[in-house]
Ligand binder design. Structure first.
Ligand SMILES: [Zn+2]
Length: 235
């Protein structure tokens, strides 16, 4: 269940070798990697370096809209992408939010999801699993990767956030309580969703974006406009 840091060209990223071997190229780009959200010179170099024809990015809204990419669709807005086509990268941008990847090697279908607290509370990960099931994936074949995000060590949230999660049926275990302070674990919340759905193969890249300075952007640490690039593409 290990993850590793890899360098290709000017890109550095964390990935799970076991999942790549099964046919899903993917990565969580570190700060030192070029920005690949536009088809400028860096974007073109990204395509060349990773043997791609195109990439898709979304205007993300902290919602639960998910699009399926089957025939070269070009969605504009949303927070999740499900990929069945080869040579196309689906990108989700984060800065403390949790990037979730789902992959069914049998059906060769993958998803990438933007799961901040709002998306997690709306159960966007559950929605992605349901769409994959509609596309003939079996939950017992689906493997999940939880990428770098702000962890419960550094994610102090208010009582209103706690109430929303409780109203939406999450367990108290996703919060850590210290005196009067509440700390949310996006990882535990998404693991809870995945296990309820029958997805038990979960690879957890436990890096905290807030307290491991120098590796990833962190909104809460002050990176207002910079984003961590997370991508998937089918091999
Ligand atoms: Zn931390």
């Amino acid at each position: 269940m290990g993850y590793k840091l890899k360098h290709i060209g000017r890109w550095s990223y964390f990935y799970v070798p076991e999942i790549e071997k099964k046919g899903l190229q993917h990565g969580f780009f570190t700060i030192s990697s070029p920005d690949t959200t536009r088809l400028n010179d860096d974007g073109k170099e990204f395509l060349k370096t990773f043997f791609l024809k195109d990439f898709i990015t979304l205007h993300q809204e902290h919602g639960d809209t998910i699009h399926i990419i089957r025939y070269g669709e070009r969605p504009k807005k949303g927070d999740g992408l499900i990929l069945t086509q080869k040579q196309i990268a689906c990108i989700i941008k984060t800065a403390d939010c949790l990037p979730v990847i789902l992959y069914d090697p049998t059906e060769s279908i993958a998803s990438i999801i933007h799961a901040g607290w709002r998306g997690t509370a709306k159960k966007i990960t559950e929605k992605a699993v349901h769409i994959m099931k509609d596309l003939e994936c079996k939950t017992s074949n689906i493997e999940a990767i939880l990428g770098p995000s702000v962890n419960s060590c550094c994610y102090n949230v208010g009582k209103e956030v706690y109430s929303i999660f409780m109203e939406n049926g999450f367990s108290e275990h996703i919060f850590k309580k210290e005196n009067d302070a509440l700390f949310l674990s996006l990882r535990e919340a998404n693991k809870e969703i995945l296990k309820k759905e029958g997805v038990f193969k979960i690879h957890d890249v436990q890096i905290c974006t807030f307290c491991t300075d120098g590796l990833f952007y962190s909104y809460r640490r002050g990176d207002r406009n910079k984003r961590q690039i997370n991508f998937i593409s089918l091999l």
